[in-house]
Ligand binder design. Structure first.
Ligand code: NAD
Length: 260
C-alpha cells in the first residue's frame, strides 16, 4: 500500500517507534530511522528492515531537542528519498516526580523532545507534502494527552500540547491531501515503561511482575499492555485511503483507560 512513499519516524531505534517503522516498511514504505542507541545495534536494525521488507532504510542520529538537527535530518531524508510523505513524531522521554521537586532541566528536556520537536519537524516537512498533494503527520501523544496522572507534570503538559498542535495542523492543512492525527497509547511495555515499572517494584519492595500487574490494575480496564506492533497497525491505517477524512483527531489505543 505504501510502496514509493517515504516515512520518517523519530525515536525509532526502540519501542513504539520501531514497531511503527516496521509496520510501515511491511507496507512498502522506505524508512528514515532516528534515535539513540548502540551504533552496531542500530545498523543491525536498519539492515534487517531493508532485508525483511525489501525497502530502503536510512538512519539519522539527530537529537530531537535540537531544532537545527531536526531540520538537517528532514533535509537529508528529502535529498535521499525525494521527499518525506509520512512523518511520525514519536521520540519521547519521561520523568516522574512531584512538581515541587521536578528538576527544571527535566521539564525543559521533556517539553523540547516530546512537544517542540513535533512543531519543528512538521514545519520542515509541510512544504514538500503540499507540493506533492499528499502527506500524513502522526504525532504519538499518549493517554496523557487526554487525561492526567500525578507526578508527570512535564509529560502530561507536553502530550496535551501535542494533541492541541495536531488539531491546529489539521485546520491549516485541510483540503490539501495532508492529514494530521495523534495516536494516544495507554501502557505499552517498552524500555520507557519498564523503567517506571522497575521503580515502582523497588519502591514497593515487590517483584517486577507484581508491579506490572499493579500498574495495569490502576487504570487499564483491559488489564493488558498494547504492543508496538498494534500501534504500528494503527499508523498504517492512518496512512490508508480509508483514513483520508480522519484529521485533527486523537485516536486512543489504551485498553479503555480514557473511557473512565
Ligand atoms: P522508548 O524509550 O522505547 O523509545 C524512545 C525512542 O526515542 C528511542 O528510540 C530513543 O532513542 C528516542 N529518543 C529519546 N530521546 C531522543 C532525542 N533527544 N532525540 C532523538 N531520539 C530520542 O519509549 P517508547 O515507550 O517506545 O515511547 C515512544 C513514544 O511513545 C514516546 O513519545 C512516548 O511518550 C509515547 N508513549 C509511550 C507509551 C508507553 O506506554 N510506552 C504510552 C503512551 C505514549
Amino acid at each position: 500500500m505504501l510502496k514509493g512513499r517515504t516515512a520518517l519516524v523519530t525515536g525509532s531505534t526502540s519501542g513504539i517507534g520501531l514497531g511503527i517503522a516496521e509496520a510501515l516498511a511491511a507496507e512498502g514504505a522506505n524508512i528514515q530511522l532516528n534515535g539513540f542507541g548502540d551504533a552496531s545495534e542500530i545498523e543491525r536494525l536498519r539492515a534487517e528492515i531493508e532485508e525483511k521488507y525489501g525497502v530502503t532504510a536510512a538512519y539519522s542520529a539527530a537529537d530531537m531537542s535540537k531544532p537545527d538537527e531536526i531540520r538537517a535530518m528532514v533535509g537529508e531524508a528529502e535529498a535521499r528519498f525525494g521527499g518525506v510523505d509520512i512523518l511520525v513524531n514519536n521520540a519521547g522521554i519521561q520523568h516522574v516526580s512531584p512538581v515541587e521537586s521536578f528538576p527544571d532541566e527535566r521539564w525543559d528536556a521533556i517539553i523540547a523532545i516530546n512537544l517542540s520537536s513535533n512543531f519543528h519537524a512538521i514545519k520542515a516537512v509541510l512544504a514538500g507534502m503540499r507540493a506533492r498533494g499528499w502527506g500524513r503527520v502522526i504525532n504519538v501523544a499518549s493517554a496523557h494527552g487526554l487525561v492526567a496522572s500525578a507526578e508527570k507534570a512535564a509529560y502530561v503538559a507536553a502530550k496535551h500540547g501535542a494533541v492541541g498542535l495536531t488539531k491546529v495542523i489539521a485546520l491549516e492543512t485541510g483540503g490539501s491531501g495532508i492529514t494530521c492525527n495523534a495516536i494516544c497509547p495507554g501502557w505499552v511495555l517498552t524500555p520507557l515503561v519498564e523503567k517506571q515499572v522497575q521503580a515502582r517494584a523497588d519502591a514497593a519492595g515487590t517483584s517486577f511482575a507484581a508491579a506490572k500487574a499493579a500498574v495495569l490494575a490502576e487504570k487499564t480496564p483491559s488489564k493488558d499492555f498494547a504492543t508496538p506492533a498494534q500501534i504500528g497497525g494503527l499508523a498504517v491505517f492512518l496512512c490508508s485511503p480509508a483514513a483520508d477524512q480522519i484529521t485533527g483527531t486523537p485516536l486512543s489505543i489504551d485498553g479503555g483507560w480514557t473511557a473512565q
